[in-house]
Write a protein that binds this ligand. Structure first.
Ligand code: 6PG
Length: 466
């Protein structure tokens, strides 16, 4: 039997979808899953594509089914399982065989695995787009040795999403660069989702719209500057009915969100890099607070329910403006963080290419990313807030964001990510800030020293030093 050009190990939801996508693009693929029945069921359910799929029942047969030098995609849960699979595979592989971790790995783990691999080829690739993306065209953020990427680039670009003829699969840099970019993608995903949820809350509790009316608002926005996958699916979620009762599904979904942790990694890493992403941090915190549902119930019983009707204090247009401004500010933070990581880790991360690779296939795809790609191509080092088009968009929309944050606060509607974005915006346009007070305090209690506006030099102290 002829050997397969590529192998995929791990036939969970994402692995199975990716394997079908690869077969659909006319590559012969060998697959393996720890539970043999899963492997057999997968092939049996692959329909016309099953001719291209070799189902293998042991790791040895899996490795033996691949043409050399081999290329194997790992699609197993991030963490220890990846290390275990790599160890089990390496015992059977040649030194020039390539392992590609396509799960949501922490990029620090990918850095370590790249080091441990030594001269043996290893890639860490971020794959975004959920199950449908994996099946019909994800966005792929590659990291690792460039020559290894080039070996499989023809497969990865063939299966990736396409934006006006450009495949959304790009090599980002060495080691964990691809998984790092994927983590920032997920951080932005958290913030984007949170800001939409905050606006949903205002439409529901402040304006009193039902879910169907909210769906119509999102649909309307999806035809304008906010056009994006997340706004589109928010409309679909809002309009959905419970199949049993016919009630709006959104009204019976529990308001406590889970997370696998990638947004949290972004927030933590941003702190390490000294490149804050407060909108993302607020979104991660909001998810954690959402999970504390019992505590929130006790708070409501004690202090009274917070949300109050807005009685016309905000318009739907202002909410759209708030989301436009919030989104630009959130991306400005994300790209600034990427730029800081690029310097810190010596990766030369290609900012315009990152915006391009996010234009299709991934969860945060939106029309705005096309303009961001242009802005970052023209001025890669410029904070997006200051770049021509987005500066104009912010000028046109920041007042809407301010009104929304102000009125929401006055009416007890919690908008942590939107508030945080506004605070970032105001901070970043305040030349004379307030950290002089911090410096005075630090010098007072710890003789940390300060600089002066009226003299050159460092290490000045206040009169309290005497
Ligand atoms: C994507 C998604 C995907 C996923 C994550 C985050 O880009 O396709 O980000 O990777 O949804 O698992 O999920 P959590 O919300 O559970 O952290």
């Amino acid at each position: 039997m002829s050997k397969s050009e590529i192998g995929l190990l791990g036939l969970g939801t994402m692995g199975a979808a990716l394997a079908l996508n690869i077969a659909d693009n006319e590559f012969d693929i060998a697959v393996y899953n720890r539970t043999t029945q899963v492997t057999l069921d997968f092939k049996a359910g692959a329909g016309d594509l099953s001719d291209r799929i070799t189902a293998t029942e042991t790791l040895e047969k899996f490795v033996g089914a691949l043409s050399t030098p081999r290329a194997i995609i790992l699609m197993v849960p991030a963490g220890d399982a990846v290390d275990q699979q790599i160890a089990a595979l390496r015992a059977l592989l040649n030194d020039d065989d390539l392992i590609i971790d396509a799960g949501n790995a922490n990029f620090h783990d990918t850095n370590r695995r790249a080091t441990e691999a030594g001269d043996m080829p290893f890639l860490g690739i971020g794959v975004s787009g959920g199950e449908e993306g994996a099946r019909f065209g994800p966005s792929i953020m590659g990291g690792g040795n460039r020559a290894s990427w080039d070996r499989v680039a023809h497969i990865l670009t063939a299966i990736a999403a396409d934006h006006d003829g450009t495949p959304c699969a790009t090599w980002m840099g060495e080691e964990g660069a691809g998984h790092f970019v994927k983590a920032v993608h997920n951080g932005i995903e958290y913030a984007d989702m949170q800001m939409i949820a905050e606006v949903y809350g205002i439409l529901r509790d402040g304006i009193g719209m039902d879910s169907a009316a909210i769906a119509a608002v999102f649909d309307q926005w999806n035809a304008g500057p906010l056009a994006s996958y997340l706004i589109e699916i928010s409309a679909r979620v809002a309009e959905a009915k419970d199949t049993k009762t016919g009630a709006p599904l959104l009204d019976i979904i529990t308001d406590a969100a889970g997370q696998k942790g990638t947004g949290r990694w972004t927030a933590i890493e941003a702190q390490h890099l000294g490149a804050p992403v407060p909108a993302i941090e607020a979104a991660v915190a909001a998810r954690n607070l959402s999970a504390a549902k019992d505590l929130r119930k006790r708070g409501e019983d004690l202090f009274g329910a917070a949300p109050q009707p807005l009685n016309g204090a905000l318009t739907v247009d202002q909410l759209e403006q708030a989301l436009i401004a919030g989104k630009i500010i959130c991306y400005a933070q994300g790209f600034t963080m990427i730029s800081a990581a690029s310097t810190q880790f010596g990766w030369k991360l290609p900012l315009p290419e990152i915006a391009k690779v996010w234009r299709a296939g991934c969860i945060i795809r939106s029309v705005m990313l096309d303009d961001m790609a242009t802005a970052l191509t023209e001025a890669p080092d410029q904070n997006l807030m200051l770049s021509g088009k987005f500066a104009e968009d912010l000028k046109a929309n920041h007042n809407g964001l301010r009104q929304v944050v102000a009125q929401a606060s006055l009416h007890g509607l919690a908008v942590p990510a939107l508030s945080s974005s506004l605070a970032y915006f105001d901070t970043m346009r305040t030349h004379r800030g307030t950290a002089n007070m911090l410096q005075g305090q630090r010098d007072y209690f710890g003789r940390h020293g300060f600089e002066r506006l009226d003299r050159d030099g460092k290490g000045f102290h206040g009169p309290w030093a005497d």
